[in-house]
Design a protein around this ligand. Structure first.
Ligand SMILES: NC(=O)c1ccc[n+]([C@@H]2O[C@H](COP(=O)([O-])OP(=O)(O)OC[C@H]3O[C@@H](n4cnc5c(N)ncnc54)[C@H](OP(=O)(O)O)[C@@H]3O)[C@@H](O)[C@H]2O)c1
Length: 304
């Protein structure tokens, strides 16, 4: 029988964080939330969550603190603080408390933050997720966890409210490394699919036929199935924004440099996403990288 008495804190109620926090509340955990833009927290208050006035207060009143922020600089600001930030999480950390950072973060930053949390007697897990807003809403994310296995065992029932597949992949920072490996593949797959789609349409084929064939071959992928029709429809509403994909590829480059390995394919692909950012596409879905390839090939896949 799982105890639902553990007070949980959730920081970062963005596209992903909001549905994840809702699932924790729905499972019956007492939940306290904080978000930089306070209006986003008000929705959670109406559902029964307590809203904290700053991250330090949230951490002092809860046992398990979850962060779902945009990236490494946001995590450092919220957890460790900066000259202009509100009182940070670390000020509320003490023995027995666990910080679970579900942000797609840099492995080296995650390890550094974990050391500082441990110095205060707490513990930290990095637990980034695979899956977008739909799995976040349905509680079916895949979660990759780095940190101590005993700590994961303690918080596993809370993670199970957000994800059905939970992998312990290693020590602190290893969850982030796993997540970056997935996203470098995802970014390249999206760009490569867009290029071959553009090629076939330029050759004169009907986009609907091209997609139908893709989805009935060994090359049927998550990308062809979930993004192919959206490319045809010109639907760029963001589930995972192009700006976040560009950010993740920066984290991959940073980590690869630290390991002193070349990543030629990712380096090229990253430039395609930044060409989109430079053209104001940051807030569109990352599948909008296809519009750049359309432009380069002077061909229109989208029928809109
Ligand atoms: N979207 C996806 O499909 C997806 C899938 C897997 C993983 N991820 C990863 O999950 C994380 C969250 O993604 P998302 O799509 O939910 O992003 P998002 O909608 O942009 O939300 C980002 C959250 O971070 C907060 N934030 C950013 N900078 C901050 C700062 N300096 N101080 C305090 N709070 C700050 C934002 O607060 P405000 O409300 O004040 O802006 C917001 O709550 C990212 O690391 C992303 O790479 C996303």
């Amino acid at each position: 029988m799982v105890s639902r008495n553990i007070p949980v804190g959730f920081i970062g109620l963005g596209n992903m964080g909001l549905p994840m926090a809702k699932n924790i509340l729905k499972a019956g955990y007492p939940l306290t939330v904080w978000n930089r833009t306070v209006e986003r927290a008000e929705h959670m208050a109406r559902l029964g969550a307590k809203v904290s006035s700053n991250p330090a207060q949230l951490a002092s009143e809860t046992s398990v603190i979850i962060t779902m922020l945009s990236g490494p600089s946001a995590v450092q600001e919220v957890v460790l603080g900066s000259a202009s930030s509100p009182p940070p999480v670390i000020d509320g950390i003490g023995p027995g408390k666990v910080l679970v950072d579900m942000t797609t973060n840099l492995p080296r930053v995650s390890k550094m933050v974990a050391d500082k949390i441990c110095e205060r007697g707490g513990d930290m897990l990095d637990a980034p997720v695979s899956g977008s807003v739909k799995p976040a809403t349905e509680g079916t994310l895949t979660i990759m966890v780095g940190g101590r296995r005993e700590t994961l065992d303690r918080v596993r029932p809370i993670l199970e409210t957000m994800g059905k597949k939970i992998f312990h992949v290693g020590g602190n920072g290893d969850g982030c490394s796993m997540k970056l490996a997935l996203n470098m593949h995802l970014g390249a797959l999206m760009a490569s699919f867009s290029e071959s789609f553009m090629f076939a349409v330029k050759a004169g084929l009907d986009p609907k036929v091209v997609l139908d064939v893709f989805n009935n071959t060994v090359l049927r992928t998550y990308i062809s199935e979930s993004k192919g029709q959206k490319i045809i429809d010109g639907d760029w509403s963001a589930a995972f924004s192009l700006g976040l994909m560009a950010k993740d590829l920066d984290l991959v480059s940073d980590t690869a440099r630290q390991m002193r390995i070349p990543i030629p394919i990712t380096s090229l692909v990253k430039e395609l996403y930044y060409a989109c950012v430079a053209n104001g596409k940051e807030n569109l879905d990352f599948s909008a990288v296809s519009t750049l390839l359309e432009q380069m090939g002077n061909v229109k896949i989208s029928t809109r």
